[in-house]
Design a protein around this ligand. Sequence first.
Ligand SMILES: *Cc1c(COP(=O)(O)O)cnc(C)c1O
Length: 358
Amino acid sequence: MSRIFNFSAGPAMLPAEVLARAGDEMLDWHGSGMCVMEMSHRGREFVGIAADAERDLRELLAVPQNYKLLFLQGGATLQFAQVPMNLLRGKGKADYVLTGEWSKKAVKEAKSYCDVGIAASSEDRNFTYAPKQWKVRPDAAYVHYCSNETIGGVEYHEVVNVKGIPLVADASSHFLSRPLEVSKFGLIYAGAQKNVGPAGLSIVIVREDLLGNAAKGTPSVMDYKLQAGADSMLNTPPTYSIYIAGLVFKWVKQQGGVREVEKRNIQKAALLYDLLDSSSFYKNPVAKEDRSRMNVPFTLADAKLDAAFLKGAQERGMVQLKGHRSVGGMRASIYNAMPLEGVQRLVEYMKEFEAEHG
Ligand SMILES: *Cc1c(COP(=O)(O)O)cnc(C)c1O
């Protein structure tokens, strides 16, 4: 068996131990004689799997009792609509922070539902930093931001104080990569395919008092309150995805929890950024204090070398390093499941490539 180092932004690498265990349990989960995919979501076995997943995630992030944890479908993109449908609570306006491609999409979707105010924007410097001064309207229903911009590689390392207005975060691409101060948020959501599991599953953590005011016409499966009341099983949930996410939570616990995983993520990111900073051949445009530990975009001195760089990387067992079409260049996504050796191999290769072409 050979596993490649996959630097994709998502769907991304999963821990090999998790995949191996899922393989072992494929035909017969714990003596049940069934694959998890074949189980009734109302049956004892699956209800136990889902309860374990919820318990482990609550423990990992120390989710307070007054927050509901939901396993939903439709990816993070559906949350761009589901958040305003549920959280406007008749207020008709919400504020958004604009820091890149994903927050732009969230703003665009929200405009179908309410008056959107821009509380802060980094568009003036081509989305290369995370603005910390936000102008929030006191009557806004909530403030939304993207806590890690996957495409631009911009991460908020501190939670901005919004003085009592519910704070909503799209944390898709750094969820579980570091501890999270859940009590500072009204709602946190994340698509699973970056750090948690299979695409399509999304996780929502929401403060209880914000529930129960979904807009008229909200489909039942999109009503957080109804889903919370049904343990995220208002209809058949994505059972296999929840099972895999549960295995990933157990894996994170085995690694020592989010604090330990964070240490490794800091170490991995530092290896790459140190190289970028010491080189005149590679460049990363993001303000140092706002650089993402998960997604590291960089350009080569000459874009004509991009194809040769990618080809050499592939030959050395490293794939998916091509940058997003909107920014070009390269991007290394180094989520929890990317081993240190993968980043070391990339850094070695980058030095070699620079020596040859720089
Ligand atoms: C990947 C991503 C999304 C979109 O996720 P889908 O599952 O494709 O809907 C949204 N926000 C951020 C920050 C992402 O990284």
